[in-house]
Design a protein around this ligand. Structure first.
Ligand SMILES: Cc1cc2nc3c(=O)[nH]c(=O)nc-3n(C[C@H](O)[C@H](O)[C@H](O)COP(=O)(O)O)c2cc1C
Length: 230
């Protein structure tokens, strides 16, 4: 498995005060530790957009995208350098491990900047009006997304009291479809701002779910190896 881990919290995971540590990053760590424990074979690339946010795209970036590759100036190639690097990482990966907080009911701006940089016409998606009202189609396929997130409030799940205010996972799901994601696992810890027994229960459930996903992937890999040997 080739994992591209994208971390989006501005908080780190090493603060000496435990409650200041990013929960979403800790979920990601627990996932990786579980794979290690299961002796699961993987390769990993790290992209920490929380600590090093990608630049926002601008008019030069857009003009460069729409200039055929062989006609791009040195400045245009430079404008797309980060985008190309992020795109190559995406293509390399078969699994996206994305850890993110909810900020202002959606994703952090740094993570949106990553999506804006990596989503490219004729690279991640094609645009063809012959498709009628849905001209955009993904060019990549077969990827898995493991989305681990944390929120301060609660009730963002289907049927929850804040379902309509949840612009985090629904937005990421929509965007990831156009990055070739076809399988999705999602874990969310809620109630961080309440710091009460409900938060504690949500943490326990979240970490248990993360470990279960890692175990399932490890079991699948064993089955695949065995059937390849049979
Ligand atoms: C700038 C900012 C905006 C936030 N906006 C929301 C929000 O809209 N809804 C919510 O439930 N929690 C919100 N929170 C709380 C975070 O989602 C919560 O603290 C979460 O645990 C952060 O993720 P982390 O622990 O991985 O850093 C916000 C926190 C910050 C710092």
């Amino acid at each position: 498995m080739k994992i591209l881990r994208i971390d989006a919290s501005v908080r780190g995971d090493t603060n000496e005060k435990h409650s200041y540590r990013s929960i979403s990053r800790q979920l990601g760590n627990a996932f990786m530790e579980r794979l290690e424990m299961n002796k699961f074979h993987y390769e990993i690339k790290l992209r920490d957009v929380g600590k090093t946010p990608p630049a926002f795209i601008d008019e030069n970036w857009l003009a460069a995208c729409f200039t055929p590759e062989e006609k791009r100036t040195t400045e245009q190639k430079q404008a797309l350098a980060l985008s190309d690097e992020l795109f190559d990482e995406l293509v390399w990966a078969d699994t996206l491990l994305m850890t993110t907080p909810m900020y202002n009911y959606g994703m952090p701006a740094a993570l949106k900047a990553w999506f804006d940089q990596v989503s490219r016409v004729n690279k991640t998606f094609s645009f063809d009006l012959a498709r009628g009202d849905f001209p955009i189609a993904p060019l990549l396929s077969g990827k898995r997304l493991i989305l681990l997130s944390s929120t301060g409030e609660f009730g963002f799940e289907a049927g929850g009291v804040r379902e309509q205010m949840n612009h985090l996972a629904p937005h990421i799901r929509t965007l990831c479809h156009y990055l070739g994601v076809e399988q999705l696992d999602e874990v969310q810890v809620q109630y961080q701002e309440f710091a009460d027994h409900r938060h504690q229960a949500s943490i326990e459930r979240g970490f248990a779910e993360v470990k279960a996903i890692a175990d399932r992937l490890s079991d699948d890999a064993v089955v695949q190896r065995e059937s390849a040997c049979a």
